[in-house]
Design a protein around this ligand. Structure first.
Ligand code: OSB
Ligand code: MG
Length: 361
């Protein structure tokens, strides 16, 4: 799906978004939808469209017969022999959650123990490279009601945009996301950013480097938020014990789905670490799972969950996700993810379809 405006980060520029949508169908029964928010390249994350199709077909789908699909919470464990491929696993697990919530006739957020019916939205702005266009973009999103602005940074585009946004818009909730573009040698940049009281600095250093994030956190005041580094509960434990971050961005697909997101959420809550829900420019389907998770109690910052029209001309769900004037998104009360999936739109954008039948006979 073509993005309304290209999204540039320190690692890539996305013009068209790719992903794998998962539809699980109980024979003759309900349907559940999920999303594997991979790209056609392994630049943010090692999984791609091709690898996830392969892993789903060869190793994950065949396991569906061995799991009690009415308990999607058990799915990740059932496929634990497969190492990694958390996004592929997440897409299938989410489809099972949607299916089960529909069978139980309950909205997903209620099944998860969500505590709010509106979630707070921020917006993530890519690297624009031109100060005037950046200011216009910030101004437009603030006017629409978004409750926090995040800008992507990279070498040569870090202090300057922050300084100018502060000058023009004052003390708005603001944070930066480096997508692992820096090293400890750049400490002066982060010490300089300290002056702008940002809510957080997201993933400043290498995605494998919990040790140096801990070292950096000791030397700067701004809380570090980890994104790429947290691939599941074990990383969350290590990062919290080491002091590598003070905030965690939970992307449901990155950690392997709903159950693992809840595990990270609960562990963080127990250790006084606030979290929020991140995004991967999901379609309206993936967004449904982000919204449900954003109703959990330890969500303490605005989420990277924006309205459908921030990303796409048209979404694949009805109604599309919209922003209320107060910068929130209303949590749907219908069963499952709570929005209708438009199969004709999916057909329009689909490059191919892979049908997998699993049966015990
Ligand atoms: O690092 O948070 C990120 C999009 C794609 C890949 C990585 C990231 C992002 C975003 C967009 O920041 C968040 C959104 O979906 O609005
Ligand atoms: Mg990020």
């Amino acid at each position: 799906m073509k993005l309304k405006t290209p999204f540039e980060t320190s690692f890539a520029k996305t013009v068209d978004r790719h992903c794998v949508l998962v539809e699980v169908e109980e024979e003759g029964g309900e349907i559940g939808w999920g999303e594997i928010p991979v790209d056609d390249n392994p630049y943010y994350h090692y999984e791609t469209v091709e690898t996830s199709l392969y892993i789903v077909k060869e190793f994950l789908a065949p396991k569906l017969l061995e799991v009690d699909f009415s308990k999607p919470a058990d799915f990740l464990n059932a496929v634990s022999k497969v190492r990694g491929y958390m996004m592929a696993k997440a897409g299938l697990e989410m489809a099972l959650w949607d299916l089960v919530a529909k069978i139980k006739n309950k909205p997903l957020y209620a099944l998860l123990g969500g505590v709010r019916t509106k979630i707070v939205s921020g917006v993530s702005i890519g690297i624009i490279g031109n100060m005037n266009s950046l200011l216009k973009s910030v101004s437009k999103f603030l006017d629409e009601g978004y409750r926090r602005i995040k800008i992507k940074i990279k070498h040569g585009w870090d202090i300057e945009p922050v300084k100018i946004i502060r000058k023009v818009f004052g003390d708005i909730p603001l944070h930066v996301d480096a997508n692992a573009a820096y090293t400890l040698e750049n400490i002066d940049i982060f010490q300089e950013l300290d002056k702008y009281h940002l809510l957080m600095v997201e993933q400043p250093l290498h995605y494998e480097d919990l040790a140096e994030h801990a070292e950096l956190q000791l030397k700067i005041k701004t809380p570090i938020c980890l994104d790429e580094s947290i691939k599941g509960i074990y990383d969350a434990k290590a990062a919290i014990k080491l002091g590598s971050c003070r905030i965690i961005n939970i992307k449901p697909a990155r950690v392997g789905g709903i159950e693992e997101s809840m595990a990270v959420h609960d562990y963080a809550l127990k250790h006084g670490i606030p979290v929020w829900i991140g995004g991967m420019l999901e379609t309206g389907i993936g967004r449904g799972f982000q919204v449900a998770l954003a109703t959990l109690p330890n969500i303490k910052y605005p989420n990277d969950i924006s309205a459908s029209n921030r990303y796409y001309e048209e979404d694949v769900v009805e109604p599309p996700w919209t922003l209320n004037n107060d910068g929130t998104i209303t949590v749907p009360q219908k069963p499952g993810i709570g929005v209708e999936v438009l199969e004709e739109k999916i057909e329009k954008y689909s490059k191919r379809t892979l049908e997998i039948k699993v049966s015990s006979v």
